[in-house]
Design a protein around this ligand. Sequence first.
Ligand code: UDP
Ligand code: MN
Length: 561
Amino acid sequence: MKRFIPLKDWNDDQAYKEALGRRGLGELGQPARLKNVDKKLEEKLSREYGYNAMLSDRISLNRSVPDIRHVRCRRQKYLSQLPDVSIILPFFDEHLSVILRSCFTILSRSPPELIKEIILVDDASTKVDLGDKLEEYIADHVPKTRIIRLKRRSGLIVARLVGAKQATGEVLIFFDAHIEPNYNWLPPLIEPIAKNPKTCVCPLIDVISHEDFAYSAQDEGGRGAFDWNFKYTRLPLLPEDLKDPIKPFRSPIMTGGLFAIGREFFWDFEGYDEMLDIWGGEQFEISFKIWMCGGEMLDAPCSRVAHIFRGPRDSSSPRGHDFLHVNLKRVAEVWMDEYKEYIYMRDPELYASIDPGDLTKQKAIRERLQCKSFKWFMETVAFDIPQYYPLVDPPDYASGALRSLAGANLCLDTLNHGLNEEVGLFPCSPNLVRPHETQYWFLSWHKDLRWKYMQYCLDVADKGRNSPVVLFMCHGQGGNQYWEYNMERKWLIHGNERRCLEADIVNFKVFVNRCDVKNKRMQWSFGFTNQTALLDFESNKKFGIRLHTDEQDRRVNFPVN
Ligand code: UDP
Ligand code: MN
């Protein structure tokens, strides 16, 4: 019989009052800027870390953040007895003050009795100040915290496993080493585990700007998922999730970097596959394991933790081979049954060339735990993935040359330009259905305009008059890359603002402007239009939901040589 445990208000109102009184750079998560500094050095360090390391050094290690929780979270009560936690932070060449801020703000925003330890796992960093200097600082100033050093660069998955093996808390919490939790983040994150030990819980992830360290919300949550290119993506909340905005909701796939899980449950399924190398795919592996082997995964809206989403960064690959796709193939082979083919189908040559290595141990775990089938996962947990991300790609809406109807027989052309460069006009190829490579466009089912040879898409970020149209990596998320074709008016309509593509036949340029029925330069025809598909344009629901930001896509764009 379950023991009755009374509820408790775990909020620390005093801490929040004090935070409101703090003054200084970046306090309350305000955007911060350095004046009178060596801007070149600031930029160099930013490129090295992917965030403004110089600025971080000038912001308090215990700075305050804004309380952006749903108002009802502030008075929500949780079980008065909760398990203690070990917090595991792997790091490779992070900036010292960023790591320390992660530790300090964890300690200052958590009930002390619940924090058993913080374990930093150094994945063989090369930065000098992460050696003795970090060690001494921690020993003198950061309670409950210790460092484990890996001899060899092993990646975040192995680093987390090594940390977890030494952890003694009842609950394991995995975080990146560049985070700052919000007020009272811990009780809502672990209460669901206290109630059901086979639960894994993720916080809502807020954003710390890599440029100015401003703290802001990303969104109020969505259900995690994947598409058939095996990229992390989102599904909308379900009607039952929307009924109560502060109640934890079920999510098929975790984002990956931040979560809590019962220590015993984690070791029941033997943690991660330790042959997943460096980074990537692990969020799918652990999510499939949790759901298919008898657990469940929740996102807890009252638990918010902010993460630095990195900006552009100069880094080289730690391995001489494509470790990311080895990881992905291991996960697909062990867990996805017949559904793995929908992944392989997207890039048959690549996947055929990848050797996933020895899978016997992982398959034995699945067997020993009598885990359910992937079909069960797809039908019960991630049942709406195919609705937003069809198993087989639907046909293109239109393709071929895009000819301007303003006369002069000009077609949209890459002009042999590359990424981040503008496209323009050029005399049309003789064959409009199958034109020259530089004029071959596809209005894909993602509702973007693709140049398929490089998977570049037409992107318009500018909102002003004559907005330029540039080539950008396709992200499949609409927004600046959203295009639709109006067969009647012959318009190519862009983005939320619903402006039109316009030809400048004098200067051989194109741009986007307010649509105008009288303007012939806004009329275009495709070499081929799939009329049935176009008539069905509206019912393709992909953009009915708010998807993640471009920034998050960097997870997939990790440099692989
Ligand atoms: N990390 C690591 N070894 C690696 C790569 C990353 O220990 O080879 C650490 C990194 O310092 C960070 C965490 O793992 O604390 C997650 O990596 P990152 O933040 O680069 O991933 P992202 O958030 O961009 O997905
Ligand atoms: Mn990170």
